[in-house]
Design a protein around this ligand. Sequence first.
Ligand code: NAD
Length: 697
Amino acid sequence: MSLAVSLEFENSVAVVTINNPPVNALSHSVRQGLWDYLEQIERNSDIKAVILRAEGRTFPAGADVREFGRPRTPPILSKICDRIEALPTPVIAEIHGTALGGGFELALACHYRIADQTARMGLPEVGLGVLPGGGGTQRLPRLVGAAQALDMIIGGKPVSAPAAEALGLIDRAVKKNLHQAALASALNLIDHGAGPRPTRDRVDGLSNVAKYNSEVAAMRTRHAKSPLANIPRIINCVEAAVLLPFEAGIAMERQAFDECETGPQAEALRHAFFAERRAAKVPELKGAELREIHRIGVVGAGTMGSGIAIACLDAGFPVTLVERNVEGLQAGISKIEKNYERSVKKGRIDETTRQNRMEQLNGTTEMQDLGQVDLVIEAVFEDEEVKRGVFAQLDQVMRPGAILATNTSYLDINALADTISRPEDVVGYHFFSPAHIMKLLEIVVGAKTHKDVVATGFALAKKLRKVPVRAGVADGFIGNRVLASYRLAADFMLEEGASPAEIDAAMRDFGFPVGPYQVLDMAGLDISWARRKRLAETRDPKERYVAIGDRICEQGWFGQKTGRGYYIYGGESGPVENPDVLTIIAQERAAKDITPRAFSVEEIQMRCLSAMANEGARLVEEGVALRPSDVDVAKLYGYGFPRHRGGPMMWADQNGLLAVENALKSYQPEEPEFWKPSPIFAELIKNGRHFSDLNGA
Ligand code: NAD
C-alpha cells in the first residue's frame, strides 16, 4: 500500500487521509493509494460513510508539477473521481488549506463538502494552458451553474470557503475542529439513512437550461478574441455539461485536456512556470548568509522611488524616503498618499492598513537619517555624476554591512561601486515601472558584490512579491538590452517602409498588449532621447543610426505626456496615427535614399522576435544571463511578452532554431553586426538541441 495515503476507521466511518508533503500533490503514489483504498472500501459493507481528508497544511493543492506535460501513469484522476462518486455510502470531503486543481476536483467528486473557514478552493489549470481534467468542467456547473463555473475555470482564481458556501460549492464552512465537524456530519448522515449524493446527478446548477445556454453564449462572445486555445474548449465543455449526459461531457473534457496539454501554448506556459522558479536558483545562494533587513531607505522620490517605497511599505518595511529638497519630498509623499487613498477607494485595503502604511513612512531631506537603515535603494536621476554623489554620501552615513542598491537602468554598477569604500555591498536592484505593481526585479551582480548581498536581494524580492532574475553587469542588463534590439529591429523597418501603426499592430497580433511605439509614447520619448544623446559621443559612426525618434523629439513631441508622439492623443475615438510623424519618416527615408517597401505581419514579427532571441543568446553567451529561461522570465514579467508564448527564447525553440538562424542570416547583409547570429544557434542546431536544453534543472 502507498505510504502517501492511509485508511483508518472511526466507528463505521472510513477516514482516508492523504499525506504527501508539502502540498499533498496528487502524485502517482497518492492516486494509487486512493485507488487501492477505494477498492477496499467498496468491498467492506461495514463502512457506512467515508471522509476524505489530508494531513499537513492543505487538502491536495493540485497535480504533481513533475508530471506536467507527461502522460499520467494510471490510475488517472478522473477515474478516481468517478470511483469516489460511485461509492454506495456518503463521502465527505474535509477541506482545509488550498484545494486547487485536481485537489478541488477530488472534493467535487465527493458527495458532501465541509471546509475550514480559512480554506480556499478553485481550478487554476487555465494558467498552464489546459483545463480541469478530473471532471471539474462537468461537476462544477452542476453545482453552481454555467456562468459561475465559467468564471471560476476561465478566471482561475480560487474562492474562499465562505464564498464557496454562499455559492453552494460546499455544504458548510466551519470555524474550528474541522475533523470533528466532518465526523459529526458523517454520523448524522448515517443516522438519517442518507445515501450517496453524486454530483453528476445534481441539477442544482443546471435547472434552467435556457439561462445557461445564454450564459455560455455570452461567455463565447466575451472571449471570442482570446488567443488562448484552452478558452473555447473550456466553454465547449461547460456547454456540454449543460446539454449532454455526464459521460459525454467527461469524454469531451478528456479530449480537450489532451489536445491542450500537448499543444505549444501549454508547453510555453509550463516553461514560464518552471522558468520563474528556476530564476530564483543562483550560485551565490550557496553558503551565503542573509543580511537582516528591517528598515529600508529609498533615495529619490520620483516615478521609481515613490513606487519602490510603496512596494517596501506593502511588504511591511518601515521606509525612510530621502529627497534633495522639501518640494520634491512633498511631491513624492503625496504620490504615495494618493496611491493608498485609491487602494482604499477600490477596496483593496482598509483605512487602518492605509494609516499603518503611511505611519511607516518617514520622509526627509537629510542623508544622515539613513544611518540606521539596513538597505538603501537609490532611485535618483539616471546620471553617473549624480549617482556617484549620492553613493559617496551613502558611504559616509550608512552603517557597516548595510546594502547599497542602485535602481539604474543602464549605468555601469562596477564603476559606481569602485567609487566608494565598500564595493562588496553594492548591488543593482532594477525595478520596473510602476515599481509597486510590476513583478520583475533584476538583481544586478557586480564584479565585487558579496554573495550575501546577492542572496539577501533574492530573499527580499520574495518579501516584496517580485520575480527576481540575476543579471550581470552590461548596458541595459538583460531586459533593456533585449528591448534595445527589439526597438532597433523595429526602427530599421520603419526606415525601410513600415509604419509605426503597422509594427505595433503586428506585435499586438503576436500577443503583446501594446506595440513598441505605443510603449515609447507611454514611457516618454524624451527618456530614450536623453540616452541616445548621452551615447552619441561613443557611438560607432559605422553603425546604422535611425534618427526618426530624434526628429520627433526635436518637435517637442514626447508621447502621451505632451499629447503627441508616434500617435496623437486626446481625441474622442482614442489615439490616432500622427501624420506629421509619417512625414518625418518619409523625409528620413528620402535623406538616406531608401525606397520604401511593404512588410507583412509575419516579417515584422520574425524580425522583431529573432532580434530579441539573438540578443538573449548573446547575453547567455556573455554570462550576463545565467540561462536562456532567465531572459524569458525578464521579458515575461517586465516587458509584456505574451506568457502563452513563453518568452523570446522559448519562441525561438518552438519556431525552430534553424529557421530563426536562417532569418538572422538573411537580414545580415543589411546590418552585419546587428543581425549576426550568436554562435549558440549553430552549436545547438548542430547537436539537435534547443535553448531549453541549456536551462538546467
Ligand atoms: P525621476 O526623475 O522621476 O526621479 C528622480 C528623483 O530623484 C527626483 O525626484 C529627484 O528630485 C531625485 N533626486 C535627484 N538627485 C537627488 C539627490 N541627490 N538626493 C535625493 N534625491 C535626488 O526619475 P525616475 O524615472 O524615478 O528614475 C530614477 C532611476 O530609476 C533612474 O536611474 C532610472 O534610470 C531608473 N529607472 C527608471 C524607470 C522608469 O521607467 N522611469 C524604470 C527602471 C529604472
